[in-house]
Design a protein around this ligand. Sequence first.
Ligand SMILES: C[S@@+](CC[C@H](N)C(=O)[O-])C[C@H]1O[C@@H](n2cnc3c(N)ncnc32)[C@H](O)[C@@H]1O
Length: 206
Amino acid sequence: MTPSQAELGLDVSRETFERLEIYAALLRKWNRAINLVSPASLDALWTRHIADSAQVFSLAPEGAETWADLGSGGGFPGMVIAILAAELRPSLAVTLVESDKRKATFLQAVARDTGVAADIRPARIEEVSPLGAEVLSARALAPLIVLLGYAERHLAAGGVALFPKGARHRGEVAAALASWQFDVQTVASRTEADGVILRIGGISRV
Ligand SMILES: C[S@@+](CC[C@H](N)C(=O)[O-])C[C@H]1O[C@@H](n2cnc3c(N)ncnc32)[C@H](O)[C@@H]1O
């Protein structure tokens, strides 16, 4: 059952909520053929994936104009960001990078059917020309030490990276500090008991 806006922590218009419902319906349909999210997580699609992604949106700096989501898969958090931005930050340009062609085709279908502008790149992160994004996100893609290498390529100077992480986030931060310098703020997840969102800036190699 679709939860209410209040349960989701989303303060959005009916139009945006309807876009999210279109997205959810497409994901349920396509997930029978492509493994976009684990079938076990579909029962909790709105909390585990949609609300989990929406909270990332609220951590972006005011005034950012470009956002890149890496390894978007079924669109989390990137497609939720694009849908929210259509109403809440219409000048924000959102790019989704996903190397799996079938998943990228799914993302194109969601953008088309929701009427949301998103630049979908069916390519490898390492091969996409540097995006210079002011905000970068990636969920369930790689350990932090690897994500920082992606940020070095695609994040604009002065930009902010937002990486949802699970219970092992402290170990990932410690391991990454062997190769990178960065400022990190750890924000508790509203949807995952042990989860956090790492809000990272000032990235440079040690
Ligand atoms: C575990 S899934 C996570 C998907 C989504 N971010 C989520 O949280 O539901 C990782 C995704 O990253 C994509 N991916 C992995 N390595 C990649 C790379 N080097 N370039 C582009 N996409 C990549 C995979 O195809 C996969 O869809």
